[in-house]
Design a protein around this ligand. Structure first.
Ligand SMILES: [Fe+2]
Length: 376
């Protein structure tokens, strides 16, 4: 099944450029077939962080998994578990090198549904500088350099903004402004704030957000797309220092950083629908008027921020690794360190690029699939 949508290009002031348009083909598999756990991880002690979202492995080591004789079986089930639970936490992965973190990201994608044309994501402007002065484009590390940021404003992240009374615009999914956005993100926290707390990452279930919608609202959102772009993005601000090649998929290139995606998408690993149209990259719900857009954005934001039963919080410890599925969860950092407390937080982030987002109308929500169909 494939669907072609026409996106009207806008200039940097947000105005339509006459008849200039580009067609983006949204291609779905003939039929989404959910992947099943084999049970190979049953011997690994773990606990659910909440009933809805998040699993923490107890004493597991991902490097051992990565190089085990049955690594393919282990990593395939790990990827499925991440997609089902939204994210998985591995504590104290002190022997995880950047090379192994990248290999792990490659394998969990390749062993599930990542297309052969997709690889590791390259951020448009933030690539890791190694100790020898070279650059690894497939790793991103938080930086205070303005040349490594996409935003001309930062929603209350900047110094002196401690009294911002809403951090709701910190929520996002990684790279949703790309035509082919990331599937899995791996974040290895190699330095935590010196105080021993702060910088927690919040997660929220996009499956549960979909399941909370009323049937008429599900039907409405399943019929429209949304555009995504970094806040106030202007191509001319990055054109001279951006990554010049493709960014993990042939469809991801150029300085526009603007993409159209279905508001409700199907996760190809679980086969479950999620609400994708949310986060600080969301520009507009296509086809709605300006007031309708503001109302819809506020509604979606309230749905996620006012329902803490779909949220979970990870408190980082030294060398923790968290793997999440950007199709299944939103996330937000917590800016209660750094400028406020003087501490630092350094993590190595690797993302895999997934498939072109699609909605398979034959797929269902998570609750329905798990037999919790009272809201389906
Ligand atoms: Fe992120």
């Amino acid at each position: 099944m494939s669907t072609t949508v026409t996106e009207t290009k806008k200039n940097t002031n947000g105005q339509a450029n006459g008849n200039e348009s580009v067609s983006i083909r949204l291609t779905a598999p003939v039929k989404t077939v959910p992947l099943k756990l084999s049970g190979v991880l049953d011997g690994y002690a773990r606990k659910e962080i909440t009933p809805v979202i998040g699993t923490e492995f107890i004493d597991a080591n991902v490097v051992d998994m990565l190089h085990a004789p049955n690594a393919d079986e282990l990593l395939r089930d790990l990827a499925i578990m991440v997609s089902q639970r939204g994210f998985c936490v591995f504590r104290h992965q002190s022997n995880l090198s950047i090379a192994d973190e990248k290999l792990l990201c490659h394998r969990i994608g390749q062993l599930t549904t990542r297309p052969y044309t997709s690889s590791l994501y390259i951020h448009p402007v933030n690539q890791m500088e190694l100790e020898d002065g070279s650059v690894d484009p497939e790793v991103m590390s938080p930086s205070r350099s303005t040349k490594k940021k996409l935003y001309t404003r930062e929603g209350g992240y900047s110094k002196g903004s401690e009294r911002n009374q809403s951090r709701a615009d910190g929520w996002h999914t990684d790279g949703s402004f790309e035509n082919v956005p990331p599937d899995y993100t791996l974040l290895h926290m190699v330095k935590v704030p010196v105080e021993g707390s702060g910088g927690d990452t919040m997660f929220a279930s996009a499956y549960e957000a979909y399941d909370l919608l009323s049937p008429p609202m599900k039907k409405f959102l399943e019929g429209i797309s949304a555009t995504f772009m970094p806040w106030d993005h202007k191509p001319e601000n990055i054109i001279d220092h951006m990554w010049k090649g493709t960014r993990g998929a042939p469809e991801n290139q150029g300085p526009e950083l603007r993409a159209s995606h279905p508001c409700i998408r199907t996760n190809p690993v679980t086969g479950w629908k999620s609400l994708f149209a949310f986060g600080h990259h969301l520009e507009e719900f296509e086809g709605l008027g300006d007031v309708e857009n503001r109302m819809m954005k506020e509604f979606v934001q309230r749905l996620i921020t006012e329902n803490h039963q779909l949220q979970a919080r990870v408190r980082w410890e030294q060398d923790d690794l968290v793997i999440w599925d950007n199709r299944a969860v939103y996330h937000s950092a917590t800016y209660d360190y750094g400028g406020i407390t003087g501490g630092k937080r350094i993590g190595n982030r690797v993302c895999g690029v997934g498939e072109i987002p699609y909605l398979d109308p034959r797929s269902s929500g998570r609750r329905y699939a798990l037999g919790m169909d009272y809201l389906a």
